[in-house]
Design a protein around this ligand. Structure first.
Ligand code: NAD
Ligand code: DAU
Length: 360
């Protein structure tokens, strides 16, 4: 029976991962979720698992070495899945410092704690104990040639403070692997979408704004390309890599689903109009007229595109949810969770939105 320490489990991907793992393994695993509960962390995302005997939550900062050591001392943890991070590029442009702290120093703290808990006297590690570091395709930079893809061998070339901090964290994991033969893997995934995503990111922001008749802010010319993956497919990939992947290896995760931002926005508008029942007042509000081109993101990466050849060949991963189905499932989830959206967009979100978009 594996005992997982999941960091950042109250965020978007982390909470989906915890749901996925309990759906897959039921009572055959234990999960300890360690999360600081920043603006992006929300225990409401985990209401339906919080009563389980094999789930527990610890509120802690991944930079707090004593707190993380105490979690390792509290249970025989043999799996770490490290999601906790500051994750939004726009926020990193405004305030890089917290990204370095959480993403770089927080990852180092996690690595140190796991090494201390798992290392044997001869410098080897307890058998079948594994650390998976969840990272991003943004570490590879930006593609210009339409035929280019990010491979695991692509040279790192991060541009934003966010991607630079994630690249640094990846290098620290690689340094632990190379120096100590520390039992880790890294996954670099493309843009995720799905339930529980905080509406600072493109897809939930556009869904929420459109349903309220608020303008849809498109950065630059709207032709930047992202490679979108339904979040559950990412979670499946993480689990497959940790259980079936070769230790010490990096795996890219992405589903060959490249779209321009403006295409995504048109799809959201069309799908909302189609899914909202006649007579629903929100149907009148959803309109192409809301699309508003605004000042571009500074240093805006043009195109991301993952080559998932290695994860497909080595662990048999493939994306199960095509974009058309995934976006409908996502919109249906937001329809069913209006209260969730109302709560996360009250208070501090309003200040954030005004600062980010007020004069844009
Ligand atoms: P998120 O912002 O939704 O959630 C981050 C979580 O980490 C939150 O629960 C937050 O409270 C927690 N956290 C932040 N700082 C912390 C700290 N110091 N100590 C403990 N907990 C802390 O992020 P997400 O979109 O779910 O991304 C999760 C991971 O996946 C990140 O490492 C991110 O870089 C990576 N990733 C994200 C995407 C994507 O499209 N969202 C794609 C590829 C990789
Ligand atoms: O590629 C993986 C990365 O994807 C993850 O590592 C990050 O954690 C995650 O936030 C995401 O980064 P992006 O910057 O690609 O995602 P975001 O949703 O912020 O933006 C997607 C695209 O949409 C990007 O080109 C900027 C654009 N955009 C975004 C917002 C929020 C807009 O045009 N308008 C907006 O209001």
């Amino acid at each position: 029976m594996h005992t997982y320490l999941v960091t950042g489990g109250a965020g978007f991907i982390g909470s989906n991962y915890i749901h996925y793992m309990f759906k897959k393994y039921g009572d055959d695993i234990r999960i300890i979720n360690v999360d600081k509960l920043t603006y992006a962390g929300n225990l409401e995302n985990l209401r339906d698992v919080e009563g389980r005997a094999n789930y527990s939550f610890v509120k802690a900062d991944v930079c707090d070495a004593a707190a993380i050591d105490a979690v390792f001392a509290s249970a025989d943890i043999d799996r770490v899945v490290h999601f906790a991070a500051e994750s939004h590029v726009d926020r990193s442009i405004e305030d890089p410092g917290v990204f370095v702290k959480t993403n770089v120093l927080g990852t180092l703290t996690m690595l140190n704690a796991a090494k201390k808990a798992w290392e044997l006297c001869d410098g080897s590690f307890r058998p079948d104990h594994k650390f998976l570091h969840v990272s991003t395709d943004e570490v590879y930079g930006s593609l210009t040639d339409e035929k280019d893809y990010f491979y695991e061998t692509t040279k790192y070339d991060p541009h934003s403070p966010y991607s630079a901090s994630k690249a640094s964290s990846d290098f620290m994991v690689k340094a632990f692997i190379d120096t100590y033969r520390f039992p880790a893997n890294i996954t670099n995934c493309s843009n995720n979408y799905g339930p529980y995503q905080f509406p600072e990111k493109l897809i939930p922001l556009m869904i929420n704004n459109a349903l309220h008749g608020v303008k849809l802010p498109v950065y630059g010319d709207g032709k930047n390309v992202r490679d979108w993956l339904y979040v559950e497919d990412h979670c499946k990939g993480i689990d497959l890599v940790q259980e079936k992947g070769r230790l010490f290896e990096t795996y890219n995760i992405g589903g060959h689903n490249e779209r321009q931002n403006i295409q995504i926005i048109h799809t959201i508008i069309d799908t909302l109009k189609e899914m909202l029942p006649d007579g629903d007042p929100r149907k009148e509000l959803v309109s192409e007229d809301l699309i508003t081109y605004v000042t571009d993101r500074k240093g805006h990466d043009r195109r991301y595109a993952i080559a998932p050849d290695k994860i497909k060949a080595e662990v048999g991963w493939y994306p199960e949810t095509c974009f058309e189905e995934g976006i409908r499932k996502t919109i249906a989830w937001y329809f069913d969770h209006e209260d969730w959206m109302a709560r996360v967009t009250s208070g501090a979100y309003q200040t954030y939105y005004e600062e980010m978009y007020g004069n844009r």
